[in-house]
Write a protein that binds this ligand. Structure first.
Ligand SMILES: *[C@@H]1O[C@H](CO)[C@@H](O)[C@H](O)[C@H]1NC(C)=O
Ligand SMILES: *[C@@H]1O[C@H](CO)[C@@H](O)[C@H](O)[C@H]1NC(C)=O
Ligand SMILES: *[C@@H]1O[C@H](CO)[C@@H](O)[C@H](O)[C@H]1NC(C)=O
Ligand SMILES: *[C@@H]1O[C@H](CO)[C@@H](O)[C@H](O)[C@H]1NC(C)=O
Ligand SMILES: *[C@@H]1O[C@H](CO)[C@@H](O)[C@H](O)[C@H]1NC(C)=O
Ligand SMILES: *[C@@H]1O[C@H](CO)[C@@H](O)[C@H](O)[C@H]1NC(C)=O
Ligand SMILES: *[C@@H]1O[C@H](CO)[C@@H](O)[C@H](O)[C@H]1NC(C)=O
Ligand SMILES: [Cu+2]
Length: 544
């Protein structure tokens, strides 16, 4: 099995010729298999049509992606196209128990996704954290217009971490009141394009040619740094939004984030080079060989040419990607704020001794009725956030209202916050809370210049806040959650209910989605408890 995996390697897609909008059909039979991905561990994982990694999905802007999913797992499943706005079809967002009930075991559902944005995205499981066990793959949507910088070839790097154990048993341990919190860190391995990052096939560079490297971080907990010593990276895209070209030495990606960078090959083939994908977590103890883990892959100019090595760069002089320094290529002006939410991320040990995450003062639990269905069926009351249930933390936004989020993180843990259905403007970073080291240099306030960059996932570093803005221009129900799956599973999430009045007039939930709920005994109308009005009787009690 492992040898077979070695054959599946860096995908170097020649730049596609632009054609007519098409229907891109994939048949995905999602099921369990046993694999060795990291070179060390043989374990059960979630694959597609008997293989893992999932093959990347490619489309061209304007296409329709039709993904026929058959669920061969023993739990419901769903898929989410991370970064796609699903305009006019919020019910295709795939957020389990929020916009759909999940595909029951043994059943089929076809996701019809409008690929009307260009850029680098990914598709992943959004039910019971199945993404962490393998259900994830890059999604590249080619533009029909030329990019801001020319390039000759597209090269995809998908970065993942891979754990020795499946997610649910790990999560059970974390939520076990008898196990001291947090349990010891489990040091994952790093995968590059689906296999141990040190065993990937060489990538050929031709002197003088230009390459667009698309780097996708599909991790569930850990960060990646990506660099190609001896070459500069010109960022032209982050999370599906084009940027003014911006030169860096390396890309720093939180879970869920993506970058495209154009690299010009050197003008001679005298040496070969190595790219460096470093998997790390600042909140896990430094342990040589385990955190960080380095993976080196060959950039081959000429077979057998010597490999050019570089003295270890001083990290402080190394220019890493930083979204506050990027500018959106379309020069969208700063949005004028109508409403601000200022929330602090924390955690709390409840009276049952279970530690859960807190965002906006609650620990999220899905209600009995997926909130999208309440938004469709509650008439005018859908505009009142109370009907969705207290643990859903629904915030109702009126059409076109501009919301600013100020997310504080006065802790030692990074968080990677993702908003469905939107790319937000990233406007400011600044200090929050009191770092434990009194001699640490002060954290400056940093704001965007000219035109804020937009993206769909932002990292809130320790003891910092981040400000972002978005306009409620996409009727539907959109989750906002930490993309570190352990935190998400511990309740670090809220929901935005956007223009439910417009939603009710403009969209209709496909019957097949409702039928899947009914077969699982899930009600598809009424408030969060499936009752009328404000009667929330039946919702599980709020932990105290
Ligand atoms: C169910 O999905 C599988 C895998 O995508 C596909 O091969 C099969 O034809 C589908 N069956 C039906 C009834 O649509
Ligand atoms: C990928 O994201 C995870 C968390 O989502 C993060 O911990 C990790 O550092 C990221 N890796 C890279 C290479 O950016
Ligand atoms: C790989 O990159 C990391 C992060 O910048 C750096 O600390 C490490 O020294 C690099 N490793 C090699 C072998 O270049
Ligand atoms: C990958 O290879 C490099 C160079 O040989 C080595 O330093 C590094 O420890 C390897 N990484 C892992 C995780 O084995
Ligand atoms: C919580 O832990 C404390 C200290 O270990 C113990 O005294 C208490 O009984 C536990 N409570 C519950 C509900 O398990
Ligand atoms: C929502 O309903 C609650 C309970 O009836 C009421 O107290 C509140 O004022 C309503 N909010 C809005 C914005 O109408
Ligand atoms: C509230 O809903 C429950 C069913 O969940 C029902 O038994 C109860 O009668 C309702 N209460 C009111 C005041 O309607
Ligand atoms: Cu988090």
């Amino acid at each position: 099995m492992y040898r077979a995996l070695l054959a599946i390697n860096i995908i170097a897609a020649e730049f596609l010729l632009l054609g007519q909008a098409a229907r891109v059909v994939h048949d995905w039979d999602i099921g369990y298999l046993t694999v060795n991905r990291d070179g060390y561990t043989t374990r059960r994982a979630i694959g597609v049509n008997g293989q893992l990694p999932f093959p990347p999905v490619y489309a061209t802007k304007g296409d329709i992606l039709a993904i026929n999913v058959h669920n061969s797992l023993d739990l419901p499943t769903s898929i989410h196209a991370h970064g796609l706005f699903e305009k006019g079809a919020s019910y295709m967002d795939g957020a389990g128990l929020i916009t759909q009930c999940g595909i029951p075991p043994g059943e089929n559902f076809t996701y019809e996704i409008n690929a009307d944005q260009a850029g680098t995205f990914w598709i992943h499981g959004h039910y019971s954290h199945q993404n962490v066990d393998g259900l994830r793959t890059p999604l590249v949507i080619y533009d029909t217009e030329p990019a801001v910088l020319d390039y000759d070839e597209d090269i995809l790097f998908s970065l993942e971490e891979w754990y020795v154990n499946e997610f649910n048993p790990r999560m059970k341990e974390i939520l076990n009141p008898l196990v001291p919190f947090p349990p010891p860190p489990s040091f994952p391995y790093g995968l590059v394009n689906g296999i141990n990052g040190n065993y990937t096939k060489p990538i050929t560079f031709v002197p003088g040619r230009k390459y667009r490297l698309r780097v996708v971080n599909m991790s569930s907990t850990e960060w990646f740094k990506f660099s190609l010593p001896g070459h500069q990276l010109q960022i032209i895209e982050a999370d599906g939004i084009d940027s003014v070209p911006h030169t860096v030495d390396g890309l720093d990606l939180g879970p869920g984030q993506r970058y495209s960078a154009v690299v010009t090959a050197r003008d001679t083939d005298a040496y070969n080079y190595q790219y460096n994908a470093t998997l790390y977590a600042s909140f896990v103890p430094f342990l040589p060989g385990m955190n960080p883990r380095y993976y080196l892959g060959l950039i081959e100019y000429k077979p057998d040419a010597p490999v050019k090595t570089f003295a270890q760069a001083d990290d402080r002089l190394f220019l890493w990607s930083d979204d506050i320094l990027l500018k959106a290529l379309d020069r969208q002006p700063l949005l004028a704020v109508d409403k601000t939410f200022e929330w602090t991320i924390s955690s709390k040990k409840y009276s049952n001794n279970i530690t859960l995450s807190i965002l906006d003062e609650i620990s999220f639990q899905p209600p009995l009725v997926p909130p999208l269905f309440s938004a469709f069926t509650m008439g005018d009351l859908a505009l009142n956030s109370s009907i969705y249930g207290p643990q859903t933390r629904a915030h109702v936004l009126r059409l076109g209202e501009v919301t600013e989020l100020v997310i504080h993180n006065p802790s030692t843990l990074d968080h990677a916050m993702h908003l469905h259905g939107h790319a937000f403007q990233v406007t400011e970073y600044g200090p929050s809370g009191v770092p434990p080291d009194p001699n640490a240099p002060p954290i400056p306030v940093r704001t965007f210049s000219d035109w804020p960059m937009r993206r769909d996932t932002f990292v809130v570093p320790p003891f910092q806040y981040v400000k972002v803005r978005f306009s409620a221009d996409n009727p539907g129900v959109w989750m906002f959650h930490c993309h570190m799956d352990v935190h998400f599973a511990m309740g670090m999430a809220v929901t935005f209910v956007e223009a439910p009045d417009v939603l009710q007039r403009q969209q209709t939930i496909p019957q097949a989605l409702l039928d899947m709920c009914h077969r699982q005994g899930i009600v598809t109308s009424g408030n969060g408890a499936g009752n009328s009005g404000f009667n929330l009787t039946g919702l599980p009690p709020i932990p105290n």
